[in-house]
Ligand binder design. Structure first.
Ligand code: COA
Length: 331
């Protein structure tokens, strides 16, 4: 029986409000429009040398401390991110592995956008099933402020920076008996052009040509339509597999993309919106980091308690989507 042994998160100190975006950053927008279209009032933004690796390290350290686990006992470090410290290599996870002193671990980045943390947990579950005596650190970390076009009001208003982490390992003998975890994970590359970041090998390099536009792009309406269909479908698939009703889920900890997506999903499912945990108002969309940041907050404020049936659901660029249904903290 696997268990989430501890959680941790980190949000940079600097807070940028919607009013700041219009007044300080001269963006043609306002708090009323952003809040009514997304549920976001403010987001945290990394400053100076703080970036994906340092945020991931701080969240990872907090999770290790909450779990009471020695970094030397970690065998696997996964960092789910689409805003890595370097352009693809070296992996952010290797920098984090070194910074945390996880000297006995192998480490890699996992790129599945906003579903990255859920995909990462499933990878850790698979690895720990093969190696039951080991422990894994799964982190979601993003510094999206560095890849957003701050002149594009249709995208930059949604995103924020931060990191969240969990430590996974064996539950003590006899704990969590009868608990079972279900997963439903999918990708649909036919929607690859809906959201992404140009500047990879997709665009041939012309020597001497100006630098390529590498900012995040998004078909907002397309992503919205995808999300409001996907979230209810994933939850329903998980419940079908587990043989339970949606109403049997005590709390859903979803990817924090947009309050309107959660609202629509709740209506489609006939499930109370209050049971979708949300901190998007003050974090914005932190992509792969959003679920572990929300989970850590939910554990700390008592919204997630041992024995509760909870579900994670992620969706994002790729397209990727999926969820896990578990009896917290047993995986
Ligand atoms: N402030 C003020 N006006 C804005 C604006 C902003 N920040 N962004 C767009 N607008 C304007 C547009 O220019 C447009 O004006 P026009 O009608 O005069 O042309 C109008 O608002 C409607 O724009 P549109 O892009 O159609 O808005 P929308 O209702 O689709 O909302 C999103 C835009 C991005 C909030 C919405 O599509 C969304 O939430 N999509 C999902 C995005 C997401 O969650 N992505 C991450 C997934 S992991």
């Amino acid at each position: 029986m696997l268990k989430i042994l501890g959680t941790g998160s980190y949000l940079p100190e600097k807070v940028v409000t919607n009013d700041d975006l219009s007044k300080v950053y001269n963006l043609d927008t306002n708090d009323e429009w952003i809040y009514s279209h997304s549920g976001i009032h403010s987001r945290h933004i990394a400053e100076g040398t703080d970036a994906t690796a340092s945020m991931a390290t701080k969240a990872g350290k907090a999770a290790l401390e909450s779990a009471g686990v020695d970094p030397l006992d970690i065998a696997l470090v996964i960092v789910a991110t689409v805003s890595p410290e370097y352009h693809a290599l070296p992996s952010t996870a290797c920098i984090v592995q070194d910074a945390l002193g996880c000297k006995n671990a192998y480490a890699f980045d996992l790129m599945a956008a906003c579903s990255g943390f859920v995909f990462g947990l499933e990878q850790a579950r698979g690895y720990l099933t093969l190696h039951p005596d080991k422990k894994a650190l799964v982190i979601g970390a993003e510094c999206l402020s560095r890849i957003c076009d701050w002149t594009d009001r249709g995208t930059c208003i949604l995103f924020g920076d931060g990191a969240g982490a969990v430590v996974v390992g064996q539950a003590p003998e006899g704990e969590g008996e009868g608990a079972k975890t279900y997963s439903y994970l999918r990708s649909d590359g036919s929607g690859a052009e809906m959201m992404g970041r140009k500047g990879g090998t997709h665009d041939p390099v012309v020597i001497g040509a100006p630098a390529k536009n590498e900012w995040l792009f998004m078909n907002g309406r397309g992503v919205f339509q995808f999300a409001i269909k996907t979230v209810p479908m994933v939850i329903e698939e998980l419940c079908k597999e587990a043989g339970i009703q949606v109403s049997d889920i005590d709390l859903i900890v979803p990817h924090q993309a947009n309050m309107r997506i959660l609202d629509s999903s709740a209506k489609r499912l006939g499930y109370p919106l209050e049971k979708f945990y949300s901190n998007i108002e003050t974090t914005g969309n932190t992509s792969g980091a959003s679920i572990p940041i929300a989970l850590d907050a939910a554990v700390k404020d008592g919204s997630v308690k041992p024995g509760m049936k909870i579900s994670f659901v992620g969706f994002g660029a790729g397209l990727t989507y999926g969820g896990l249904l578990m009896t917290y903290p047993y995986l």
